[in-house]
Design a protein around this ligand. Sequence first.
Ligand code: HPA
Length: 272
Amino acid sequence: MIGEQELRQALARIRQKTDAKPRLGLVLGSGLGEYGDHLPNAIAVPYGEIPHMPVSTVAGHKGQFLINEDVVCMQGRFHYYEGYDMNEVVMGVRLMRLMGVKTLVLTNAAGGVEPTFAEGTLMLLTDHINFMGQNPLRGPNLDFLGPRFPDMSHCYSLRLRHMAKQTASTLGILLAEGVYCAFSGPSYETPEEVRMARKMGAQAVGMSTVPECIAAVHCGMEVLGISCITNAAAGVKDQSLSHQDIIAVTQRVKGDFTRLIDGICQKILAQP
Ligand code: HPA
């Protein structure tokens, strides 16, 4: 169990490398991690150097924090399907909060449930459905982080969504909006599960982001979520799904994704 003591020990190790107190946190999803390589004057802290920290095992994910004065970036995240407990899955987010982060941008690769979403569409999360059958806050509440029963009524900040839309419009990047439904994975969904997700109100399906959003809201962070729709979800089109194809789409979208994230980060950091 990653509790207060484990988090404080992990933070102490990061503090041996940097005393930066970045205000903005970024979690970079599958194939989207390269963004972090351009962070100026960043110090890398590999997850393997941090006590109690899991190490991400998925191809297309590095495993390190990149930290500068303003921003901390997670290059690679932890997924529930890798076998970690939920409190390990959200450890990085909690460490970012303890470093000083107040605003968190979560990104992911996702399957498009909405049939009009082309491959490569960027989608702003308006809300999510936790269909993972688990909640990262289960167990003793970490009172030093937040309350037992956090309010999830506005988990993806309207203020940040406005900023993201303005940025996208200035840059001429199409930014769709929708609800993200998280499954535990690692198998992709069946066509019938995707139809169910659609009936429940989802426009996208994926295997991440939701635990991190819950943990971030719990500890008082303002959250923005952006999906890169890498494929039509199972059954939406007549096709098969492969991780390689999905990573290939993230590579194609990298340019727009980078410009959008850059623009949003600049806007967030321009605020007091
Ligand atoms: N389903 C779940 N996760 C995903 C998908 C998908 O279709 N595409 C990328 N990540």
